[in-house]
Design a binder for this molecule. Structure first.
Ligand SMILES: [Zn+2]
Length: 210
């Protein structure tokens, strides 16, 4: 754990996709910029809370990798996040055009180094055999791979017309709208939806009294 995490709110999982939650690890939920990936410890904490890695893997890296190595991976994660933000700023809100493929070099470079393989395992609930993806965790840089793969999946599978920014004023959070009506407007009711309702109510009340 980082020493100054006490003042920081818990990370937000409002993106409805791992890649969008990753994007939202830098945000201004209370009007001030919060960074949830300050260092390697932060990155491990976030990956575990996002269910992107097993807690055992995080423990392994905490004991075997150096702080410098982990901090360097966190730095690379922040760069990848900046790249994703720029990519989404260019493309979110409408179907992704095929020529976006020319912009994917930085992501493909990370993906090319992933070491994962299929394994056949019995499903815990049904007992049915299923192909699962397993990883050999040998170096901290691999911590980027679950994130890069989620970004790749978002790019290939998500309807970019449904990737939107929260309408809250000064809110920087983004999400993939997977609601049936595709009418989602807020990162969450608690953070922005209620605030907007209160503001609208106040505006109506002022309109009446004027
Ligand atoms: Zn919001």
């Amino acid at each position: 754990m980082s020493t100054d995490t006490a003042a920081r709110p818990a990370p937000l999982f409002v993106g409805d996709h791992l890649a969008m939650d990753f994007l939202n690890t830098s945000a201004m939920p209370g009007g001030e910029l919060v960074e949830w990936l300050k260092d390697g410890d932060d990155l491990l904490d976030w990956l575990v809370s996002a269910n992107a890695i097993d807690p055992v893997v995080a423990m392994q890296f905490r004991s075997e990798a150096s702080r410098v190595q982990l901090d360097e991976v966190a730095q690379r994660a922040r760069s990848m996040r900046a790249w994703l933000r720029e990519f989404l700023e260019r493309h979110a809100g409408r179907p992704l055009a095929a020529d976006a493929a020319t912009e994917l070099g930085p992501l493909n470079q990370v993906l090319a180094r992933a070491q994962s393989h299929y394994q056949i395992e019995a499903d815990g609930e049904t007992g049915a055999l299923a192909l699962t993806r397993a990883r050999r965790w040998t170096e901290p840089a691999q911590l980027l791979h679950p994130i890069a793969e989620a970004i790749g999946e978002l790019i290939v599978e998500a309807d970019f017309g449904l990737i939107r920014a929260c309408e809250g004023s000064a809110c920087t959070l983004m999400f993939l709208d997977r609601t049936k009506s595709h009418a989602r407007r807020w990162c969450s009711m608690a953070l922005c939806g209620n605030r907007a309702k209160v503001a609208a109510h106040r505006a109506r009340a002022q309109g009446k009294s004027a």
